[in-house]
Design a protein around this ligand. Structure first.
Ligand SMILES: [Zn+2]
Ligand SMILES: [Zn+2]
Length: 379
């Protein structure tokens, strides 16, 4: 059975990789996943998702959710693999194709054990992770209704395929976007004293906000403030009236996030005032940081060890992951499994080692079965 499952999963992975779709456009991907679920007689829940699919195995409570994301990126693939993307400028460069494949593998294994399950496993094939909207869409349509806990995974190119990594507490970053407008008074470049130069103010602001990570928070708290766009003026001899900036702030905890937001506004507004101008900060909340529940991390590590993974300590990283939204509603954990790629996530040459698929599917299936027993005992 398992050699034929391996073949089925290799075929699914190839199909998904060759036909990547961008966030919220995963129509063919959804059709493919539904067909694989139907082939195994796995119950699909019709909750009205535009893309993505939700299914269930087993009956009654407790209910454990397993989540995989399914969307791809606007990147032109540059690997030399045999199953290249057939869609120009779209690529599964974050490995969401392998996440969906692993979850399908776990689903097939769980289906074989359906009679013995101590509750229900809900499968979330979630769209639109890359633009951070998919988890919220799924929560809105009721994907978490009745669920007691949730587990999710991401491949990690820096780990070998027998390595599992996770950690209790902060796992990914709060990913917030900022816009800053500095307003001065335009003038002739030769007579700056008759105006207020927003470019000089903007430059001071950029330098000053870099002190937040070194002077406002502890050296042990991670903070990144990156200004990634700076626009103002359109010729060489005129001081412009306005400068527009954009950037991102990355932090790990809600407390530091709030503190940085406050200090950023204070620095920006007051530097502008001190120099005779005006500045405004606009802050857009992105996904919060994943805060893993310690007991669920320990549980996932215990089962990983049982099925042969080496457990690696994970350092939190400052990327974003919309799985965080689920953990605002439910206990659970997010983990990494090694995909052993020579290139990083989102790189045009990113390529996973397919030998990770079967062990990961088996692990996820074990994890779900044991989690249901654990949840039932805790009642
Ligand atoms: Zn990604
Ligand atoms: Zn990803």
């Amino acid at each position: 059975m398992n050699s034929s499952l391996a073949d089925t999963l290799r075929e699914l992975f190839t199909t998904l990789h060759q036909h990547p779709e961008l966030s919220n456009q995963e129509f063919e991907t959804t059709k493919t996943l539904r067909a694989y679920l139907e082939k195994a007689h796995i119950r699909i829940l019709e909750l009205g998702a535009k893309t993505g699919v939700i299914a269930e195995i087993g009956t009654g409570s407790p209910v454990l959710a397993l989540r995989a994301d399914i969307d791809a990126l606007p990147i032109n693939e540059q690997t030399n693999c045999a199953y290249l993307s057939k869609t120009p400028d779209v690529m599964h460069a974050c490995g969401h194709d392998v996440h969906a494949t692993i979850l399908m593998g776990a689903a097939y294994l769980l289906k074989q054990q359906e009679k013995h399950l101590k509750g229900t496993v809900r499968l979330l094939f979630q769209p639109a992770e890359e633009n951070f909207t998919g988890a919220l869409q799924f929560i809105d349509i009721g994907a978490l209704n009745g669920v007691d806990a949730i587990l999710g995974l991401h491949n990690n190119p820096n780990l070998t395929i027998n390595q599992m990594a996770s950690r209790a507490g902060a796992f990914s970053a709060n990913v917030d976007r900022i816009e800053i407008t500095v307003t001065g008074v335009g003038a002739h470049a030769a007579r700056p004293e008759s105006g207020v130069d927003p470019i000089v103010i903007g430059a001071q602001i950029i330098s000053a906000i870099q002190t937040i990570s070194s002077r406002t928070v502890s050296g042990l708290d991670a903070v990144i403030v990156s200004i990634t766009k700076f626009q103002g003026g359109n010729t060489w001899n005129v001081i412009p009236e306005k400068v527009e900036m954009e950037g991102t702030v990355r932090t790990l905890t809600p407390e530091i996030r709030a503190k940085v937001k406050q200090q950023l506004a204070t620095i920006i507004e007051n530097i502008a005032i001190a120099m005779g101008g005006k500045a405004e900060l606009r802050w857009f909340d992105g996904p919060p940081s994943i805060i893993n529940v310690a007991e669920w991390v320990e549980f996932a590590q215990k089962v990983a060890k049982q099925v042969g993974y080496d457990i690696i300590d994970f350092k939190p990283q400052l990327g974003g992951e919309d799985f965080a939204h689920y953990l605002h509603h439910l206990p659970g954990a997010f983990i990494n499994l090694g995909s052993q790629s020579s290139y990083s996530l989102h790189h045009p040459k990113f390529q996973i080692n397919q030998d990770m698929i079967m062990p990961a599917a088996n692990y996820l299936s074990q994890l779900a079965q044991q989690a249901l027993i654990q949840l039932a005992q805790n009642r």
